[in-house]
Ligand binder design. Sequence first.
Ligand code: FES
Ligand SMILES: [Fe+2]
Length: 390
Amino acid sequence: MSQSPLPDHLSPEMRARFNAAKVDPAAFAQEQEALGTVWNFLGFAHQIPDKNDWFTARLGGRDIFVQRFEQGIAAFENRCAHRNYPLRVGERGNGPVLCGFHHWRYNHEGVALGIPHCPEMFGKTPREMDARLPAVEVAQVGGFLFGRFSSPEGGPDIKAWLGPAYPILAHISGWLSRPAGGLDCTVASHWRPVMEISLDDYHLVAVHPTTFGKAGYIPAEGVQYERFGAHSAFFRNGDAASLPTMVAECEAGTFLPQRYRIIQLFPKLIISFAHALNYLGEGYWYMIVQDILPDAHDKTRTRMRFFRIPHAPTTSGLRRSLRELAWISVDRLFRFFARRVHLEDNAACAALQKAARHDDTPPRLALHEQRISWFEQSLAQLLTSTPTKR
Ligand code: FES
Ligand SMILES: [Fe+2]
């Protein structure tokens, strides 16, 4: 069956806005601010196992920190309410929220309750001052932490936002305790090409000739794309039952991947399930969790974490030992190929950025780029519905 390219669904004004965010720091800042109003992946709960553990992150173009308190996990903008001094410096640490500039101390709700010499200096008590850190709403799904800045309109709760991905994340969280390494990169590109290359099954032959593209173009037959909310998924050799089946298996706690699949959670979290190799008649599979961290209109960091997906349980002690031994070598091989593929993608994104212009023409998307069109529509909808505050 012949396919014509997918039409550009964006208005010329929105296409211009998309282009501007790639080349203009002010347009980029506006775009980021809008992104901060929807649920973004912030990190894993296992990064902060103990009380007062914290890590820093970016949300909507702002620096935030996520901390475990006795009362639970909370997140705040990383700027002191006194004079905007950064409360947290570095990627992670442990300690109460105590500003390094004048020693204001904050509680789990981000209220400055310890203000040195408060009545003398300010003529009131800390309670009366009511100085607060801008709070980030936090939601936890299994081991995944999400956050957003509240907007006056509110917005869906995390369960409604993720839809079918909610039970999937809850189930696959069980594998977060099986780390197999990771890869952090910086790409000289706007963040969108980095997201969009993950939504593109058409570039494999040209960009990944020794791995994904080795066998040629993916036949249209058996490619199952799903769109749910602002998100999407691809099931290799799938059909209309692939997503509902995965959800049902995750709810039952039985899901193990048998075929490649990838889930893109808007705006910038990518979770894929990839087969590394077969050994002694068993497949070795990995879950890859990739976060995209926009730093500037032309600079993005990527953070990938790999996790071993367990085999079905066995009663054979010998098999269990062989598996454990095999994983060590397979991990190494998997990291090698994952790195190669990722660097190839990053090089393509950097090339796109070099060519980016205010007046870029709309893309002509192929069937295997269907999800880019969906993603752009979701982003356009968000940008349209978010008034800019700056
Ligand atoms: S800036 Fe934080 S206490 Fe002064
Ligand atoms: Fe790729």
